[in-house]
Design a protein around this ligand. Structure first.
Ligand SMILES: [Fe+2]
Ligand SMILES: [Fe+2]
Length: 254
């Protein structure tokens, strides 16, 4: 059994009503304090993109600081991130511009974290290099174990006018790859700033809530983005049969 916490969209550096990023940092800090105080272990903490609000090196230094944890913390970039600074500061690598794709071997599952960003744009796409990388890693990984595939942009409509135009497009190309690898248990993403669940080609698509803000549905009758809901996270449990169960938690300061 694998237990993973996931949250998304901390947007470190986002200026909210002139606070120069203090609110975004405080909310990320609250989420990490909750996870660091858990009495039990986590196999990983996933943060699915939009780590920095403007992709600045100084912001990534704050990201590294706030995400420091006793748990393994794994990330992928979002549309607000910049690959070069992300690589240099968070990964300690040369600041190159190609997609940031990573495989992590967890004790009971392979986790593949993909770069769905398109430099300079807000919508998303898994480019040819990334899809070929995914196909190869799923084929050369531990076939007896389930796999989880994570990226920033949801590859499906969520009925959110604010987000649907900038979702991940070209999902039929992803579906083709997934059809060759039945060990993929679920797709994990963020970007929508709302906890949501949908499907793609029969697979669960779990959208982690945004920490910095919440995007509303039309029936909620509010502005597209609201700032008064508490930060949230999800806890995923992947059982030995490869079935994923997801629990949602709001993080309210003590
Ligand atoms: Fe975001
Ligand atoms: Fe995003």
């Amino acid at each position: 059994m694998v237990t993973i916490a996931q949250f998304s969209d901390i947007h470190i550096g986002q200026d909210h009503e002139g606070d120069f990023g203090a609110r975004a940092y405080r909310r990320a800090e609250q989420v990490m304090a909750y996870l660091n105080a858990l009495p039990g272990p986590l196999d990983a903490v996933l943060v699915t993109g939009d780590l920095a609000d403007h992709g600045l090196s100084a912001e990534y230094e704050q990201v590294a600081k706030v995400l420091a944890s006793r748990h393994p913390v794994l990330t992928c970039p979002g549309n607000h991130d910049r690959r070069e600074a992300y690589r240099e500061v968070l990964l300690g690598e040369a600041p190159t511009a190609g997609p940031v794709n990573r495989r992590h071997e967890l004790p009971g599952a392979d986790l593949l974290m993909l770069d769905s960003s398109i430099p300079g744009r807000d919508d998303g796409l898994l480019d040819d290099e990334t899809l070929a990388w995914l196909d190869a890693r799923l084929a050369d990984g531990r076939q007896e174990l389930p796999a989880l595939v994570a990226f920033h942009h949801p590859p499906a409509e969520l009925h959110l006018p604010y987000v649907d135009p900038i979702r991940q497009f070209g999902e039929e190309r992803l579906t083709e790859v997934l059809a060759r690898h039945p060990r993929v248990a679920a797709l994990l993403c963020g970007h929508a700033h709302t906890g949501a669940a949908t499907t793609l080609a029969g697979l669960p698509v779990l959208v982690a809530p945004g920490v910095v803000s919440t995007v509303s549905l039309a029936c909620e009758g509010t502005a597209d983005v609201t700032f008064d809901q508490p930060p949230m996270l999800v806890l995923h449990v992947l059982d030995d049969a490869g079935r994923l169960t997801t629990h949602f938690r709001a993080v309210v300061p003590a």
